[in-house]
Design a binder for this molecule. Sequence first.
Ligand SMILES: Cc1ncc(COP(=O)(O)O)c(C=O)c1O
Ligand SMILES: N[C@@H](CCOP(=O)(O)O)C(=O)O
Length: 360
Amino acid sequence: MYDTLNFDVPLVKVEENIYSLELFHGPTLAFKDVGGRFMARLLSYFIRKEGQKDVNVLVATSGDTGSAVANGFLGVEGIHVYVLYPKGKVSEIQEKQFTTLGQNITALEVDGTFDDCQALVKSAFMDKELNDHLLLTSANSINVARFLPQAFYYFYAYAQLKKMGQADNKKVVVCVPSGNFGNITAGLFGKQMGLPVSRFIAANNKNDIFYQYLQTGKYNPRPSVATIANAMDVGDPSNFARVLDLYQESHEAICRDISGTTYTDEQIRETVKTTYLQTGYLLDPHGACGFRALKEGLKEGEVGVFLETAHPAKFLETVEDIIADKVTIPAKLQEFMKGEKQSLPLSKEFADFKAYLLKL
Ligand SMILES: Cc1ncc(COP(=O)(O)O)c(C=O)c1O
Ligand SMILES: N[C@@H](CCOP(=O)(O)O)C(=O)O
């Protein structure tokens, strides 16, 4: 546990009643470091104990899961990680973080979207021939060992608010920039465990499938579109099934605990810029959706926490272009930028992925 959470997750005041839970102080500067490192340590402990054959971790990423998982497992004996990512749809720095590592990490650049990558890994887990041939596991939020530890920091946010005296007479609202919905689902599990959060807001970019579900009661997955909050470009969120299950499929019960928002790239840009100019706080495009949702949606007597899910420097060109200023790149991110990209091209056809895995 101490090795997993060897970095801080501070709660920082951005303006009156709005706090940022900064989840970007880990090795890859995104919230996935918590779940990724926890799962990596758990798995390496158990394979050591069981002395079993090599484990192949398949992970689909829209930007940040890949780097957190790859870095969490880097150099771990007996484990090989295959990162599937959508070609041209992750930021340059995100790409560097999982394509330059070598050793037991292989990056597969898929000619498709994140949803195609996710569909490929899910099909692999269901394929008998592949599972007879290889020991496969997931490091996406479909694996509880990856997503459940994300509940830790919701409790930590509340503890920090309480210490600041901000949770005493106010209702706590938590806003989560959401794509595949693993993060908010971990928070909802926290609430079920007793965390006194009054309500959640799921902030979407234009890929607002969940927002539409809240409005209509109908879940209509659709192909994702590329946005500047690229890690949230998901058209069929994996964890929707978990949310439904948690609320016994009741749309009414879901709407009691969760509301939604949806923002265009233009609105995200405007939020990053005005917040920077007015408060000096630099949001990343994902956190910007969370901050804006609180700013628009907080009611009298409420205090809000939004999850700042990645460091703004991970989206360097976009953020520098918005604020027309230079962004300081943390030293650990600069290290990743020095490496040489190495990836294998892959089509979105399962037959091609299967043929590749069968040759291992
Ligand atoms: C920076 C960032 N923000 C938000 C999200 C969306 O999180 P989730 O897929 O758990 O909804 C992601 C994806 O992991 C991300 O990398
Ligand atoms: N936004 C994620 C997408 C994968 O989500 P996961 O929680 O199911 O791993 C990313 O950055 O890769």
